[in-house]
Ligand binder design. Structure first.
Ligand code: MG
Length: 284
């Protein structure tokens, strides 16, 4: 195909816009460099390089310009909530949790663990969260029943929408994008780090919420980093869309929503138990 000069110009302009869009995020920090003539330890003058990132001098020490990060106390044991965490489950009652429709939840607390009962439905936090770091521990039933998606199925839903799959995947095969630690239907975990059914397992999740424009289009996708039993299984994965079931081989797309939403746990008909659930709000 032969391009005339007008279409060639148009193509070049479109390419330029495209390139700008693609690299806009990457180029965001404004880095400036300059030199200052200073005396060194020997009293000799020399050019010393200086650099600022987004207007802040590298190694700035003035707290009015760069405040010190807040001091927090980490949890005493690995996995215990640090001092700035919001503890979502105290091991005693379901305070702060509701049924999906906002009524009282039917989930129960037994031996310090939170678990669904028959037909109790999803459970959600009263408080809502956007971008966050989350810790949760879960155990699939020791009494193994069912197979595939029917064995120890539950899920951790960030903003009530984006599911990190909970499933007993110890000697239990299912579709990879639906196994334990999958971003359901969207992203396969790098490894299967499942412990035996009945044993306690941990998820540590770093979630960045999606951002929508005023027309409802997603302009920044959600991202997930997930550790399963301390093992990295999702490495800053950008979620390509929603994680809700649309049909047997299709997932829902993004649908615009607010900046915060509840954390939900799934009742998939299997008595999966939960404990030690906490969240830290983080910057978008
Ligand atoms: Mg599930």
């Amino acid at each position: 195909m032969k391009l005339n000069s007008t279409s060639a110009l148009l193509c070049a302009a479109l390419l330029a816009v495209f390139a700008f869009d693609v690299y806009a995020d990457f180029d965001k920090p404004v880095i400036k460099e300059w030199t200052v003539r200073e005396k060194n330890d020997k009293g000799e003058e020399e050019d010393v390089p200086y650099m600022s990132i987004d207007g802040i001098l590298v190694h700035e020490t003035d707290p009015a310009i760069v405040p010190q990060p807040p001091v927090i106390t980490p949890g005493a044991e690995p996995g215990a909530p640090p001092s700035d965490a919001v503890v979502l489950f105290n091991g005693k009652d379901t305070e702060g949790w509701l049924a999906e429709d906002g009524s009282a939840t039917k989930w129960v607390v037994k031996d310090g663990t939170l678990q669904p009962v028959k037909d109790s439905g999803m459970i959600k936090t009263e408080r809502e969260f956007g971008s966050c770091q989350m810790h949760i521990e879960w155990a699939a039933p020791a009494n193994v029943e069912g197979e595939g998606q029917g064995r120890g199925n539950s899920g951790v839903f960030l903003m009530g929408k984006y599911e990190v799959q909970v499933l007993d995947c110890f000697n239990n095969t299912t579709y990879p994008d639906g196994q334990a630690g999958a971003l359901y239907g969207r992203a396969i975990p790098q490894v299967n780090a499942c412990r035996k059914p009945g044993e306690w397992q941990t998820y540590d999740i770093v979630f960045h919420r999606p951002v929508f424009d005023d027309k409802g289009a997603v302009v920044k996708r959600a991202t997930f980093t997930v550790f399963h039993n301390g093992v990295l299984i999702q490495d800053h994965v950008e979620l390509s869309g929603g994680t809700l079931w649309k049909s047997k081989h299709a997932m829902t797309d993004y649908e615009a929503h607010g900046d915060k939403g509840p954390i939900m746990l799934q009742d998939h008909g299997n008595p999966v138990r939960f404990r030690n659930i906490w969240v830290r709000e983080i910057r978008d």
